[in-house]
Design a protein around this ligand. Structure first.
Ligand code: SF4
Length: 255
């Protein structure tokens, strides 16, 4: 079977540059595939960014779309009756990882968008998965997140709206990997998405609470989105970008 180079395009700047570099290196010699998963709750501007990047790459992007849950994060939570677990968020597994597993071939070599700042995570991932060949062009080229954003802009492509609003990546606005400050920002900027997540959390019950008090008498106890106290919104809170291999990468720090 011919080895394919598979770029996982997440609608973020890092995965866009990682794809561009992989195409430059392997485009003439290998079958390079670019894949993406559509998510109902992502910001619609992500699709505009994807179309712009297709033109930049000079290649089409294969968009996979889950049918079991209607590609909806909220539907995953409702049907699974949980929002986060020690293994990570079920949405990225159900709407991304499962699709990738069904689509990929055993000999595929995956291109991941780890940036230079994330080299330790890449090392851990390789140590834990010695049989899995992965390429990380951004680490190899010593490119950080800011470099990637600048490179996308220099290519004449407007960054996804989430970045332009000050967020750290183009995850779903109400991404369950966010913390307190992040969700204060989402409550201000995207009240409907905040409300959708708060409603499903409430319907599941306290077990679905994922934010924790960081100090005070309730320190470490979980609380719901509806109980989120007023305070400073932090749009630039660092949360992991969501990719097909999220939970694979998360194994490197969740164990
Ligand atoms: S971006 Fe966040 S909410 Fe959206 S699928 Fe990924 S982990 Fe789930």
């Amino acid at each position: 079977m011919t080895e394919r180079i598979v770029c996982q395009f997440s609608c973020g700047a890092a995965s866009a540059v990682a794809t561009k570099l992989a195409l430059a290196k392997y485009g003439a010699t290998h079958d390079v595939q670019i894949i993406n998963a559509f998510i109902k709750e992502e910001h619609p501007d992500n699709r505009r960014f994807l179309a712009d990047c297709e033109r930049w790459f000079g290649r089409p992007i294969t968009v996979l779309r889950d049918e079991k849950y209607g590609a909806s994060v909220i539907e995953v939570f409702k049907r699974k009756q949980f929002i986060v677990s020690r293994k990570g968020a079920p949405c990225s597994t159900a709407l991304k990882r499962t699709l990738l597993d069904a689509w990929k071939q055993p000999s595929d070599v995956m291109v991941l968008g780890f940036t230079a700042e994330e080299e330790d995570r890449l090392d851990d991932l390789r140590e834990r998965n010695p049989d899995r060949e992965v390429l990380a062009p951004l680490v190899e080229a010593r490119l950080g997140k800011e470099d990637c954003r600048a490179m996308v802009q220099r290519a004449g492509i407007e960054l996804p709206l989430m970045y332009r609003l000050g967020y750290d990546n183009a995850n779903c606005p109400a991404c369950v990997k966010g913390g307190e400050g992040y969700f204060r920002a989402i409550r201000e900027d995207f009240p409907e998405w905040f409300e959708d997540l708060a409603a499903v959390q409430e319907s599941i019950g306290p077990g679905a609470n994922f934010l924790r008090y960081r100090s005070g008498p309730m320190k470490d106890q979980r609380f719901s989105l509806r109980e989120l106290p007023q305070g400073k919104a932090r749009r630039n809170e660092k949360i992991p970008a969501c990719s097909f291999s999220c939970e694979l990468a998360e194994q490197t720090y969740a164990a």
